[in-house]
Design a protein around this ligand. Structure first.
Ligand SMILES: [Ca+2]
Ligand SMILES: [Ca+2]
Ligand SMILES: [Ca+2]
Length: 263
């Protein structure tokens, strides 16, 4: 009996440590685009995007605004795109985001940023007539923002994201960097977002990416207006928060059993 308990706890503890692996436990979800002339995509694990944003650095603080356009669904990050979904042909899908945070210089040309606030909307563009505005990098043209443009009046919000935590990094080659944002998905349109991943009341979504274009970064404290930032990434759904907590409980149980044995 005691041995059985210990083995169960061990299995749960292993599960918990595995959860720390990148994307090890991404949750499958369904995306029903049938109302927009697309297909019902079953068991997707990621949606790929490319994005453009503008960033303002003001000493240690930053703010940014951007738009990401999604192109393909994947069953996992190493497999080819799911064909024939209608995304980009029958309907468009984009995210609009505005964020603020603080950055820290950890070495010359190497900075880490922590997000403190974020407004995020995932939206369907049924008629493929939404784009994004152009801005002039730098102080020319004033301090601008980057946002969805064209006809956005017909677009439908699928969820609004509330920031749980987020970090970004950039390196001294200036065109390298990455970001990782964890969001609570609220006001979820469950006619479109379905499946296991969107079962929880507040599903958690990861918005992660790499930069492919970024120049003119200066170390804090420094001021930059409308830095042009572009790149690509994936939107994934993480398992419901109860699962890691449960597995974490398994780890604690294992520690408890070890303590009992050492007594
Ligand atoms: Ca400008
Ligand atoms: Ca700006
Ligand atoms: Ca539109």
């Amino acid at each position: 009996m005691k041995k059985h308990l210990a083995m169960t706890a061990l299995a749960l503890a292993v599960g918990f440590s595995y959860a720390g692996g990148a994307y090890a436990l991404d949750q499958a979800f369904d995306f029903n685009a049938a109302p927009f002339g697309g297909k019902l995509v079953k068991d997707a694990k990621a949606i790929d995007f490319s994005y453009q944003a503008e960033v303002d650095f003001n000493g240690p603080k930053f703010d940014l605004s951007g738009v990401a356009f999604f192109g393909t669904f994947r069953k996992d990050l190493s497999s080819p795109p799911i064909p024939g979904t209608g995304l980009g042909e029958k309907y468009g899908l984009y995210a609009e985001f505005v964020a603020t945070g603080t950055r820290t210089n950890i070495a010359p040309g190497v900075n880490e940023a922590a997000f403190s606030d974020l407004t995020f909307k995932l939206r369907i563009d049924p008629n493929l007539d939404t784009g994004s505005n152009t801005f002039t990098p730098g102080v020319a043209g004033g301090n601008e923002t980057h946002f969805a443009s064209g006809d956005t009046s017909d677009d439908i919000t699928l969820f609004t994201g509330k920031l749980i935590a987020g970090q970004a990094h950039h390196f001294n080659t200036l065109d390298r960097g990455s970001f990782d944002l964890l969001l609570d998905a609220q006001n979820v349109d469950r006619a479109v977002l379905q499946g296991l991943g969107f079962t929880p009341t507040y599903p958690q979504v990861r918005f992660t990416g790499v930069n492919t274009f970024l120049e003119g970064v200066i170390d804090p404290p420094g001021t930059v207006t409308d830095l042009d930032l572009r790149g690509s990434g994936n939107l994934t759904v993480v398992p419901e928060p109860g699962i890691p907590l449960l597995l974490g409980g398994g780890l604690l149980a294992l520690i408890g059993i070890r303590k009992l044995r050492s007594m």
